[in-house]
Design a protein around this ligand. Structure first.
Ligand code: PLP
Length: 405
């Protein structure tokens, strides 16, 4: 839908949003009317360089042709049938995902938080069935983020975050340990613990990659205790971190992994993948979803994954992520730290510089970024970018910081 065809202005749209929508988002002063590749365009066709990709979603570029064609093609055939009949996209995607990431079974969901609910439910049911009624506790990391429904909120180790405050009691069964502190995790595991759940790179928590010692240590700890390693790869999954799944950077495998965001190339789809043994916990009627495994989203995801793999965009993410960090450390003033894994990048600024101000300044200069807290800019561009895009983004951030300092 385009404003000029409808005889509307950007101001009309803002007015309608303010009047009718329940707003929980800090909006950019920007109307996104169309997008292609590395750019999002406003109503006047002004291009904005996209270093946020709908928050780590549009990995093969905005409106990738292969994904768009798969959506149109599938939408013309069948859109929704629920999960009673077999459908072609579900089956082909299941095979592709499981064989690509080395897991046995998949269950489809629609969003990251739902995938994490499914992961938590599967682990708890596995524990209770196998070991008894008290075996359902899960240790997660402080400063983690797992989503905004009750199980995922409760797994999230941020009690002071607005996403948890004033919602009443959280779901019982969670305890929290320091991220990247193996000893703390060991100390939190009790006889009632069935699993440990972490993000390989804490995204919303400020772009903190797990150390190799920590993640391989957690795998070993889970094996020794006979409990499950649950990885939330909602933000890190599907090539963003320089490997197809971030756990591949560490040479380990989880018992269950959740995924969403980039999986559908811009269409809503999420999933958990599990080992055959753990997947047995989900039996007839124990879990379900009306839209989970939607044929159009599955067709889009299949196209997205084929495109990611055919073009080795994990390799490009690794290369461009390293180049970005190198250039950022060289060029951007007032930096406390530049860190990340692949193209999940964070720039932390020294005190006195506010990341929300930097984000807005970058927007004025036609660069899209996200701010986390008061001192971190997160950059999660499409994985198709080249050096010229990195150079342009760095130049804009540098200019923005210089103007604000
Ligand atoms: N888990 C992680 C690691 C995330 O980064 C997010 C979203 O940012 C979620 C879960 C929730 O995903 P969704 O917003 O699709 O529910």
């Amino acid at each position: 839908m385009r404003l000029r065809d409808l005889g509307l202005t950007a101001a009309d749209i803002k007015e309608k949003v303010n009047k009718y929508m329940i707003e929980t988002y800090e909006r950019y002063d920007f109307l996104a009317e169309r997008a292609k590749g590395m750019y999002v365009y406003d109503e006047n066709d002004v291009p904005y360089l996209d270093f946020y990709a709908g928050i780590a979603v549009n990995s093969t570029g905005n409106c990738n042709d292969r994904v768009v064609l798969a959506v149109i093609d599938q939408a013309m055939d069948i859109m929704q049938t629920f999960n009673y009949p077999y459908t072609v996209p579900q089956a082909l995607l299941a095979e592709k995902v499981c064989t690509t990431i080395g897991m046995d079974k998949i269950f489809y969901q629609n969003s990251g938080t739902e995938a994490n609910e499914a992961m938590i439910k599967m682990a708890r049911k596995y524990g209770v069935e196998k070991y008894g009624p008290h075996k359902f506790d899960i240790v997660t990391a402080k400063n983690s983020f797992h989503g905004r429904t009750f199980g995922s909120m409760s797994a999230t180790g941020q009690p002071d975050n607005a996403c948890q405050v004033d919602f009443g009691d959280m779901t019982p069964g969670f305890s929290y340990a320091e991220f990247n502190n193996l000893e703390d995790f060991k100390s939190k595991v009790t006889e009632n613990t069935i699993g440990i759940m972490v993000e390989p790179v804490q995204g919303e928590g400020g772009v903190h990659p797990a150390t190799k010692k920590f993640l391989t240590g957690l795998r070993k700890l889970c094996d020794e205790k006979g409990i499950l390693l649950l990885l939330d790869e909602v933000q890190t999954g599907w090539c963003r971190t320089g490997a197809v799944m971030s756990y591949m950077n560490y040479g380990i495998k989880p018992d269950i992994v959740s995924m969403a965001k980039a999986m559908g190339g811009g269409m809503p789809i999420a999933a958990i993948c599990a080992t055959a043994e753990v997947a047995k916990a989900f039996t007839m009627g124990s879990h379900g979803s009306t839209f989970g495994g939607h044929p159009v989203s599955c067709a889009a995801a299949l196209a997205e994954i084929n495109e990611l793999l055919d073009r080795d965009l994990a390799g490009n993410a690794k290369k461009m992520g390293e180049y970005f960090l190198e250039q950022a450390r060289k060029e951007i003033p007032h930096l406390k730290e530049a860190r990340g894994q692949g193209l999940l990048l964070g720039l932390e600024f020294k005190d006195g510089l506010n990341s929300v101000d930097i984000k807005h300044k970058c927007l004025e200069k036609h660069l899209l970024t996200t701010a986390i807290g008061t001192n971190l800019i997160r950059l999660v561009p499409p994985l198709i970018l080249g050096k010229e895009h990195v150079d342009k983004a760095i130049a804009i951030i540098k200019e923005a910081v210089e103007e604000l300092a």
